[in-house]
Ligand binder design. Structure first.
Ligand SMILES: Cc1ncc(COP(=O)(O)O)c(C=O)c1O
Length: 382
């Protein structure tokens, strides 16, 4: 386990040398790169721009709900599980049997991997994308096919189709995609899903709220396809600011929910988050405020980037990816030496960094550190 900034730096350089991400491996399942160093704290010292969290935390109403739920911490939240599933179902206008809760949407991805993959079966995903499902797929002895994003950083759906075969039982589509914050057009996804009749599809909408303004995007919950094989994953870790309380969910057909539920951890939801999540769903102003703040922070990031003649990838999320035209491992280390954690290394994009949007003062520190990068800046102006 990484316990200090010095240890973190040391492990980073080892990881960077090996072309790998820094990671911690819990027993059994490799979660390379899904657990980031921010957990191994030097809190108060480090600026966390590395895990796409909500830098502002939950809304006041949600904080109040958290406080008032503490008294039930001694009870298993079994009744609350159903109440929350019903609340989420009502929120999305689906049946409660269509909702499955998880300890973060990471658990949803694990359940999908174990329900639909296994020896002789194949997962198709993009590269780079959010890696959790890949690790669970490998743990389930499946083959994993990774297809590079296209030049617009959208999922290369034709490329994915070309690699699919009779053993392709699961396809992972992260939209907006992590780490690129890019979108894949809804109409292209519809076409693609129609062409792969044997597979199930996880559409990971972790960053849904930040993509709302784009005409090319439509959530598969808000505009369902009416296709039994589509599983939408959502999380309370981003716009709602509850990453530390661990809650995610899937919306899918009742049959798929049943298949996945067999792999859920017993009592996977905690007593505090059930109350927090219900309050978060009720707090429309809180969510709108969170989205607005992100829009402003993102715009300011692009203003600062433009002032330096940098061209980040267009972002539809609460983070930004950009080419530094230098080995990203060295850039990451530079920021770490300045007490700023940014995203890890990502396969196939080894000169790019991913920066989660922080509070204004944190972003000012980011740009100060950027301006101190010991590289000729002209190489970055593309
Ligand atoms: C695309 C994507 N999916 C899922 C997750 C997992 O979120 P959680 O397990 O906190 O709900 C993340 C976390 O960063 C993510 O980026």
């Amino acid at each position: 386990m990484i316990t200090s900034r010095r240890d973190f730096l040391r492990s980073l350089s080892t990881g960077a040398a090996a072309g790998m991400a820094v990671h911690w491996q819990p027993s059994g399942i490799s979660r390379a790169a899904t657990v980031e160093p921010s957990r191994f704290k030097q809190d108060g010292e480090l600026i966390h721009l590395n895990s796409n969290e909500n830098a502002y935390g939950p809304s006041t109403k949600v904080v109040d709900a958290i406080k008032s739920s503490i008294g039930s911490a001694n009870r298993y939240p079994r009744m609350e599980y159903n109440a929350l599933a019903e609340r989420i179902a009502g929120f999305h206008k689906v049946k409660p049997e269509q909702v499955l809760l998880g300890c973060g949407s990471t658990e949803i991805l694990r359940m999908a991997a174990f329900a639909f993959l296994g020896n002789g079966k194949q997962l198709i995903q993009s590269s780079p994308t959010f890696e959790a499902i890949e690790h669970y797929a490998r743990a389930a002895s499946s083959e994993v096919i990774s297809v590079r994003l296209n030049p617009a950083f959208a999922h290369d759906l034709d490329g994915m189709l070309a690699r699919a075969n009779a053993s392709t039982t699961l396809v992972y589509i992260c939209n907006p995609n992590n780490p690129t914050a890019s979108l894949t057009a809804r109409k292209d996804l519809e076409n693609f899903i129609g062409k792969l009749p044997a597979a199930s599809f996880v559409i990971d909408e972790a960053y849904h709220h930040y993509a709302g303004q784009s005409g090319m995007y439509a959530s598969f919950i808000d505009r369902p396809l009416g296709d039994e094989r589509v599983i939408v994953a959502r999380t309370f870790s981003k716009v709602y600011g509850l990453a530390g309380l661990r809650l995610g969910y899937a919306v899918a057909s009742p049959k798929i929910v049943q298949q996945m539920r067999r792999f859920a951890t017993e009592d996977n939801i905690n007593a505090v988050v059930t109350q927090a999540a219900a309050a978060a769903l009720d707090d429309t102003d809180g969510v709108n405020g969170s989205v607005r703040r992100n829009t402003d922070d993102r715009q300011e990031f692009f203003n600062q980037a433009m002032a330096r003649a940098l061209k980040p990838i267009d972002s539809h999320a609460n983070f930004v990816m950009m080419n530094t035209f230098h080995p990203a491992g060295e850039v990451i280390q530079h920021f770490c030496k300045n007490n700023i954690l940014i995203g890890r290394l990502f396969p196939t994009m080894d000169s790019y960094i991913r920066v989660s949007l922080g509070r204004p003062e944190e972003m000012r520190a980011f740009w100060r550190a950027w301006d101190m990068l010991p590289y000729p800046k002209h190489s970055m102006q593309h």
